[in-house]
Design a protein around this ligand. Sequence first.
Ligand code: 13P
Ligand code: SF4
Length: 403
Amino acid sequence: MSAIVESSTAGSFDEPAPSALLLLGQGRDLFSERGVECIGALPAASDPDLVERARGARAALGERAFILGHHYQRDEIIQFADVSGDSFKLARDAAARPDAEFIIFCGVHFMAESADILTSDRQRVILPDLAAGCSMADMAAINQVEDAWDVLTDAGVADKTIPVTYMNSTAAIKAFTGRHGGTVCTSSNAEVAMRWAFDQVGGRDGTGKVLFLPDQHLGRNTAVLSLGLSLDECVVFDPHRPDGGLSREQLTAARVILWRGHCSVHGRFSARNVSDIRERVPGVRVLVHPECKHEVVTAADEVGSTEYIVRALAAAEPGSAWAIGTELNLVRRLAAKNPDKTVHYLDSTVCFCSTMNRIDLPHLVWVMESLVEGHVVNQIVVDPDEAHWARVALDQMLALPGY
Ligand code: 13P
Ligand code: SF4
């Protein structure tokens, strides 16, 4: 019997970090990847004809539209997605559909930006709700990252440093990475990306460094658990402190400079959650996403991207028990799709991604019906110069060995 069970201990959130939250509704925050108001009339969520309207609009658009759904999207959206996947798979899927006039991206803003960069100028990428941003991406603003590079330059380490930027970042940060000879990575290929980056600056036993943006946890987990570096070889650059809060000596000694950003969903899981679930469910296997804190990842049995988590559950022994540390929409769907296993949620507090959840059926119906009527709404367009350099970094990722 499938079950999703929540653990009994509230997760701690012991690492406050600034995030730029735009009040939803009117206006535009130019310093954030969050967007603008929704124009036009959204269907009411209670509209009993909503599913029928979605089916009708989808059929009317036919091959002209391709709908992508990230694993963290609601079920009501996933049922209309032509493909679902993690951010890496969706970036590739978007690039592989040159004939689709409209790419409707059910995910968050940075994913739609990447799709716009990877698709042709003829194609329009649409994000059903422009308020679907990402608090992690907002933690690295381009002016902060440019300032940080100046700090590295003054410390004499910039020419030995390659930026590696997680997909969960604005196009401006990806463009910065392209300009400085770096690469984008996702949670599925962070290890390959970091190894590649060290190879560009003399191998990881030399003096080369990686600047990892913006998720400190993915960067640390990759450097320590996959590349075998020590925790002491990683330093955290805090953009809200003078010189990142680091001395010249610390920057010189560091191998990996981690940006002080994190995911507000995965950052909630704690090592206590892991010990609690082990106590309550003997034999449970704990599987977490690499955006979780290092102490959570080291306490878990397995770590992997959302695609990895989906595959691991599908391949698991019938009757086995799992505790999953990632976004709740995905974990609930895994529980439903794996009725022969017991799936526990690692934390007792709600861990939906609030911005992923902005995309709901009313918004999807609204964009599809608008397209049917000939109105392109909520199009994501990346500035051409930014798109050029971001594409350099994205293409570098797509060219990494094994991908
Ligand atoms: P992946 O899709 O790369 O696993 O990342 C998870 C995530 O947080 C997306 O926003
Ligand atoms: Fe951003 Fe985390 Fe939500 Fe992903 S799950 S979109 S990283 S806040």
